[in-house]
Design a protein. Structure first.
Length: 86
């Protein structure tokens, strides 16, 4: 059994060998279940269409336009490129 600490933000870091074994990456969504005295984590069965629908609904609610989204994506891509390649 491996022990992990909970940080001030309530976050834990899963050990690398567990992440590799279960193919858990930074975009992996996990389900959290509270079962009596146990906390159980498991990979969520998320359908991409569900995520897209939720994001579209949120964008409509916040009045975010497609033009705004494209601008933010270009800015993020530029930032990531700069961080990776200098």
């Amino acid at each position: 059994m491996t022990h992990v600490n909970v940080n001030i933000h309530g976050q834990i870091t899963l050990p690398a060998f567990i992440r590799k074994k279960h193919k858990i990456g930074t975009s992996t969504i996990l389900e959290v279940a509270d079962r009596d005295s146990e906390i159980v984590l498991k990979k969520a069965a998320v359908v991409e269409a569900d995520i897209v629908n939720k994001l579209e609904a949120l964008a409509r609610k916040k009045k975010v336009t497609q033009k705004m989204l494209l601008k933010w994506c270009r800015e993020a891509r530029g930032k990531i490129y700069s961080e990776c390649y200098g």
